[in-house]
Design a protein around this ligand. Structure first.
Ligand SMILES: C[S@@+](CC[C@H](N)C(=O)[O-])C[C@H]1O[C@@H](n2cnc3c(N)ncnc32)[C@H](O)[C@@H]1O
Length: 291
């Protein structure tokens, strides 16, 4: 009986000290002023500033320097206070203005100067954003960092076009894939795993290789008439959607002169876009009220 009592006290003790440790960690993470010589890898989402997380906005406002990419929208850049230093490291004419290893070194250097650094990246930093490479470099150089997830362009572009990425009976899952490969290397996609018609595909960086992606999917067994949505500059004022089918996708890209950044959503769920476009319904309602 006594032994049982002692064991219970010990268990409660262990639980309490774990709880205190978790609370301290959460408090430290949530305090924007908590860490000065560190780097915050922050997801800015796909463009609409309304899709920034509260944490991202807090950090942008309290940073000393913001290092940002091409895919961070100008409306989000406008939220950076005037007295915060800005460093643009994006691409110009398809070429990196600053190579990745120099960006890594820059982050370490800035944090080493006791700066509170926000590394602002489009979408989510850990989804095709090289955020993990930057985090690895920081970790290896002993620089504390925190990753603040952002809304990734696949889910945002789909939602803003009235497309659910999954839907009972139409898609039981979604695969996020890259349509880009390192220069001079062939596309490295597991076509067989992409053939399942119950899986929605969200293709990032697919513009340059759209012919190969389309033919690879059809050869693997995706029906040629699978609906496809191309969402260009999703969630920004300039968002444009083009609806087509898999077999016609390459022609649609050329005909519509689709430009980067563009997201390709492939699968039966795209057929719901007409019914689920809430923005369109709101616009129709507004026009009715005006007339
Ligand atoms: C280097 S990846 C970065 C992805 C980002 N980390 C994310 O989570 O969305 C860039 C690709 O994301 C997609 N993308 C990013 N922003 C977009 C937007 N506003 N509209 C459409 N596609 C976008 C495009 O496919 C673009 O080529």
């Amino acid at each position: 009986m006594q032994a049982g009592f002692v064991i219970s006290i010990m268990v409660i003790d262990v639980l309490l000290s774990s709880l205190i440790r978790i609370t301290a960690h959460v408090k430290q993470m949530n305090n924007p002023a908590s860490c000065v010589s560190c780097v915050y890898l922050v997801g800015a989402g796909p463009g609409d500033p309304g899709l920034l997380t509260v944490r991202a906005l807090e950090l942008i406002k309290s940073a000393e320097v913001v290092v940002y990419d091409r895919l961070v929208s100008s409306t989000i850049i406008d939220l950076i206070p005037d007295d915060v230093a800005r460093v643009y490291v994006g691409k110009e004419n398809g070429r990196h203005l600053i190579p990745q290893d120099e960006i890594n070194a820059l982050l370490v250097r800035l944090a080493g100067h006791n700066q509170k650094v926000v590394r602002l990246k489009g979408g989510d930093p850990f989804l095709f954003g090289r955020g993990s490479e930057e985090a690895m470099y920081l970790s290896r150089h002993g620089i504390p960092f925190e990753v603040v997830p952002g809304i990734t362009s696949a889910s945002a572009c789909a939602s803003y076009s009235g497309i659910p990425l999954t839907h009972r009976g139409l898609a039981s899952g979604v695969q996020f894939i890259t349509g880009h490969c390192r220069s001079d290397e062939p596309l490295n996609l597991d076509w067989d795993s992409l053939a399942n018609p119950q899986m929605t595909l969200a293709v990032y960086m697919g513009l340059a290789n759209i012919d190969e992606i389309t033919s690879g999917l059809i050869k693997a067994g995706r029906p040629a008439d699978t609906p496809v949505a191309i969402v260009e500059r999703g969630t920004t004022e300039a968002q444009r959607e083009v609806f087509t089918t898999l077999v016609d996708l390459p022609k649609a890209v050329v005909r519509e002169k689709v430009k980067s950044p563009a997201m390709f959503v492939i699968g039966q769920v795209v057929s719901l876009a007409g019914e689920l476009n809430g923005f369109q319904l709101a616009e129709e309602q507004r026009l009715k009220q005006v007339n």
